[in-house]
Each structure stands twice: as C-alpha cells, then as structure tokens.
Design a protein around this ligand. Structure first.
Ligand code: AMP
Ligand code: MN
Ligand code: MN
Ligand code: MN
Length: 291
C-alpha cells in the first residue's frame, strides 16, 4: 500500500528539521509520497528534491496563510508554478509582512519586560538556511522559542497561551489573502489545493472554518478537504469527511509534522492513493519529483 502524507514543514518555515532531514524522517516512517508544505514558501523544495531515494516521490507544495473575517484559514497547495506572477507577488508580500509583524511582536514583548531580541529571533528562524535568504518565513513558533529561552514561558505552547496566541498581549495580526481568492490564484498558477485542518481556524468564533466558506472555496476550484489531521478529534474528522462528500471533493489526511516542535509524526495521518490521484489530476503548474 502506498503511504502518502501531504502536509509537512521544514526549518525553511517553522519546522525544526532541514528539508533533507524531513525526507530522511519520511523514509524512516515508511512513506512513499511526501508533500513538503512550508508556510508561504517553496524555498525548501530544491534541497528536498536532492535527497530523494529511489522510488520516493516528493510533491512540491506550500501551506498558504489566508484570513477570513479575522480568523486564520490555511490552504495546502500543490504542483503550482511558483513563478506565476500574481501568486509570486502575493507570496513576497505575505513573507515580508510576516517579518514586520514579528518585529512588532518583539517590540510588544519587550514592552512587557520579556527579554527577547530581533537578532535572536532571526537566528532561530534562519538557522542553517542563509542560502534561502528571503525565501524563509518567520512565524510565531520562532518567537515562541525565543520567549522560552528568555524564561518568560515554560514551553512553546505556554508562550502562545501567555503571549502570542490570537488576542494575547504581544499578538499582532498580519497580512493574509482571502481564502477564495487564494484558491483562484493557485488554480491560475496551475496548482491544486486542499483546505488544511478545517476544524482549526485560529480566531474563528467556534474555532472552525465556516462550511459556507468551504462551499465558496469549492466553487473557486478547491479540490480537497484535510479532514484527517492530528489536531482533529473523531467527530471533527467525521464531520469534515461528510462535508467533503457533500461538496464532491476528496478527503486528504496528513501529519502536519513540524519536527521537534510537534513531536516527529510524519505518516501519522495519510491520504488514500485514489484521493491523491484525483486531487492532483488537474495540476499543470509543476511536476511530481521522483527519486
Ligand atoms: P504564524 O504562521 O506566525 O501565524 O504562526 C502559526 C503557527 O504557529 C502554526 O503554523 C503552528 O505551527 C504554530 N501554532 C499555532 N498555534 C499554536 C499553539 N497554540 N501552540 C503551539 N504552536 C502553535
Ligand atoms: Mn506551522
Ligand atoms: Mn496550518
Ligand atoms: Mn501546517
């Protein structure tokens, strides 16, 4: 049976393992197909592609941060052309705003007496990846690690709870794309996408993506819903599987591994081979990368 995991992060965004290490862990976990989906960047794909063993398939991808009425909606995107101009321009804007927003959060932390520095946050975010320069994305997990080092939280989760979670004293919002527009941009760039962890939309009134929004995303070309995600409980998984069936899109399942940040968990959720084939069939923007 082909084992397929369609959502993972490397140190090019907020994961802790380099792209090469992510591939090595994926092989160790018995996976045959992995999508590397760093936040708002494809900066790690090239390195990952150089470390594929024979028979292993890498799906070039990215997790796009979108915003809907103040809540955060994530889209896992695959096989798009990253040089497609409208999408590339949005990605540059998102990454640059991530950096200014992180700097703002550092200032707010300092105002609250937390001894973090922007230099240290940059070091944590860029560790070992100077060659990707502005293709790296800075995220709150990097800030959280600096907050823990400064002794103002006991672990990353605690740093989110005390300081930088949505609505926290040092939280700052950031630029993000409208989810329906994001689906269109990815489709226009020849890619396909799945709605990431729909039961987890930070800042949403009941914590989940509104079904009405998922419907509009499907009308815009969304091809899948990531109903199987480690953060979903059984009833949430069942609910979103039902929505995927109702809306006529495939169910995807993924680990959303972030290395040591989440506890290594590649392959903890997987996508059925038939669902994967159906999801990627319309893609024209890039090719699967084979070892
Ligand atoms: P950002 O992309 O900067 O908005 O940060 C969001 C990222 O932080 C997510 O992709 C997760 O990796 C991580 N994250 C979000 N909420 C939490 C939380 N409560 N505890 C730990 N990590 C979190
Ligand atoms: Mn993340
Ligand atoms: Mn996400
Ligand atoms: Mn993710």
């Amino acid at each position: 049976m082909t084992r397929i995991d369609l959502h993972s992060h490397s140190s090019v965004s907020d994961g802790t393992d380099t792209p090469a290490e992510v591939i090595a862990y994926a092989v160790e976990a018995g996976l045959d197909v992995l999508a590397l989906t760093d936040h708002d960047t494809v900066g790690g794909i090239e390195e990952a592609s150089r470390h594929l063993p024979p028979g292993f398939t890498l799906v070039p991808g990215m997790e796009l941060s979108c915003a809907h009425q103040g809540s955060s909606v994530h889209l896992v995107c695959y096989l798009f052309d990253p040089d497609s101009s409208a999408l590339a321009e949005e990605l540059r804007r998102v990454r640059s705003d991530r950096a200014s927003r992180a700097e703002e959060m550092v200032r707010r932390l300092q105002e609250h007496g937390v001894e973090v520095t922007w230099e240290r946050v940059l070091e944590i975010a860029g560790a070992g990846h100077a060659e990707y320069a502005d293709a790296n994305t800075i995220g709150r997990p990097h800030l959280a690690r600096a907050v823990v080092e400064a002794g103002a939280a006991k672990d990353v989760q605690d740093a989110f709870d005390r300081w930088i979670g949505s609505g926290g004293p040092a939280y700052a919002s950031r630029y993000a794309i409208d989810p329906v527009r994001a689906v269109r941009l990815v489709r226009e760039a020849g890619g396909v996408c799945s709605l990431a962890h729909p039961a987890r939309a930070e800042g949403a009134s009941n914590g989940a993506v509104p079904v009405e929004l998922a419907e509009r995303m499907v009308e815009a070309g969304l091809g899948g819903i990531e109903a199987d995600h480690p953060s979903h409980n059984r009833s949430q998984t069942k609910f979103w599987r039902g929505i995927a069936t109702d809306l006529g899109v495939v169910v995807t399942g993924s680990s959303d591994d972030h290395g040591a940040l989440t506890g290594r968990r590649l392959g903890r959720r997987t996508t059925a081979p038939e669902a994967f084939e159906e999801l990627v069939a319309p893609a024209t923007g890039a090719s699967l990368l084979k070892g």
